[in-house]
Design a protein around this ligand. Structure first.
Ligand SMILES: C[S@@+](CC[C@H](N)C(=O)[O-])C[C@H]1O[C@@H](n2cnc3c(N)ncnc32)[C@H](O)[C@@H]1O
Length: 382
């Protein structure tokens, strides 16, 4: 009994010691972060533009990154305008540098209707454009949250496309993208409006080892689209993205009668339910689009100029869907990780203004193939 009592005192002491130790480490980290934030805010408030909307110590990683020299930008980190159209600007540089530059930060504050983007995925093997891995990826993606918060209109939206990732050499999925998303949401204090899924039926079977060779997993054929906003009711109108009615719905509208009564789901279907012709069906949160663009103008443009086509471009219909759903004509759409500038091209087509950022010059050159040559004023040398 005494022995047990002594043990419990010792255990209690150990935990008190552990708590004090953890507290002191926490305090010193917070103090360091606070000092850096304060310096950074001072720089921002003294001439370089407005302070970030809600800069907390958790934004520390962003502060470090924003001040870090650009590795991949055009001229020593200075954003370079690559080409413009009447509606848009394509900028060569890293998003963290461009969006923090004195040219862009004040001009973009509360101006953006939609951030639509597919950030570099947290791949386990590095892609041509150099993806980050592990906690470095989480910190990097999270670092954009305060920045996007600052540039978003109060009723604007953010849509991040994030694919699935796998643990290296194992038939086990990585939770990294989910962790990065949660960290991004929390840091930006964004609300999750809806999760959508883009299903690509034309996707090649992967991961090949587990799907094709060992046959122990199923084909990975979708990506997540996380729609976030600052408010419960960002601008959105599903009437702008109606899809064609199914054959049976068309017949029903002709017949003008419906099988009434209670359904197993407990929904009570009235005589007139579903008989109004709304010119199309409301789409679900599962967007099915095959990514088969082998004969597109973009690929032809790249081929004829000997440019490497972007390895991870999305179908233009995906960008069009979100732009129509979440913005009005004339609105401003930002793609900070533009790649082949699918988003900019979709915005241009739908008469929205756009700003696209990409650090890889060759992807930018290829992206010109998505635009009408007559509408482009280019700043670069072939
Ligand atoms: C998944 S791809 C985007 C593909 C694009 N949605 C399309 O349809 O072509 C991500 C892009 O982010 C770019 N990228 C990587 N780091 C970046 C950074 N720090 N700032 C801006 N873009 C970056 C990569 O070069 C790559 O082209």
């Amino acid at each position: 009994m005494i022995c047990e009592y002594n043990m419990s005192i010792q255990t209690d002491r150990f935990f008190v010691f552990l708590r004090l130790y953890t507290l002191s480490i926490l305090l010193s980290t917070r103090l360091a972060a606070y000092r850096t934030c304060k310096c950074y805010l001072h720089e921002f408030t003294s001439g370089r533009g407005p302070p970030f909307y809600s800069m907390t110590t958790d934004d520390f990683s962003f502060v470090e990154r924003a001040d870090a020299p650009a590795k991949n930008c055009g001229t020593e980190g200075e954003p370079t305008e690559f080409f413009t159209t009447e509606l848009g600007r394509s900028v060569l540089g890293q998003a963290e540098i461009v969006l923090c530059s004195p040219e862009f930060t004040p001009a973009l504050a509360k101006q953006v209707d939609l951030v639509f983007t597919s950030p570099p995925f947290p791949l386990n093997r590095k892609k041509r454009y150099g993806n980050k891995q592990g906690s470095e990826y989480i910190d990097w993606l999270t670092s954009f949250a305060p920045l996007f918060r600052q540039i978003l209109k109060p009723h604007g939206s953010i849509v991040l496309e994030l694919g699935n990732a796998w643990e290296p050499g194992r038939p086990v999925m990585s939770t990294l993208a989910l962790k990065a998303l949660l960290s991004f949401l929390q840091t930006g204090e964004f609300l999750l409006c809806q999760q959508l899924v883009w299903y690509n039926p034309a996707r090649l079977p992967s991961p090949a080892q587990w799907v094709n060779v060992e046959r122990i997993r199923l084909k990975d054929a979708y990506t997540h689209l996380w729609w976030m906003a600052l408010t419960d009711r960002p601008h959105a109108d599903n009437r702008q993205v109606l899809t064609e009615y199914s054959g049976s719905m068309k017949k029903l509208l002709e017949r003008k009668s419906y099988n009434t009564g209670k359904r197993p789901s407990e929904h009570n279907i009235g005589r007139k339910s579903f008989l109004t012709d709304n010119s199309g069906a409301i789409p679900s949160n599962l967007i099915t689009l095959a990514n088969t663009q082998s004969s597109s103008d973009y690929l032809n443009y790249c081929r004829t100029r000997n440019l490497q086509p972007h390895p991870a471009r999305m179908p233009i219909a995906l960008a069009e869907f979100f732009i129509k759903f979440l913005t009005k004509p004339g609105g401003l759409v930002l793609d900070p990780f533009a790649g082949s500038n699918t988003t900019g091209a979709a915005a241009e087509k739908l008469e929205r203004r756009w700003l696209s950022i990409e650090p890889n010059e060759s992807y930018l050159e290829g992206s010109l193939g998505r635009f009408d040559e007559a509408k482009i004023s280019a700043n670069f040398q072939h």
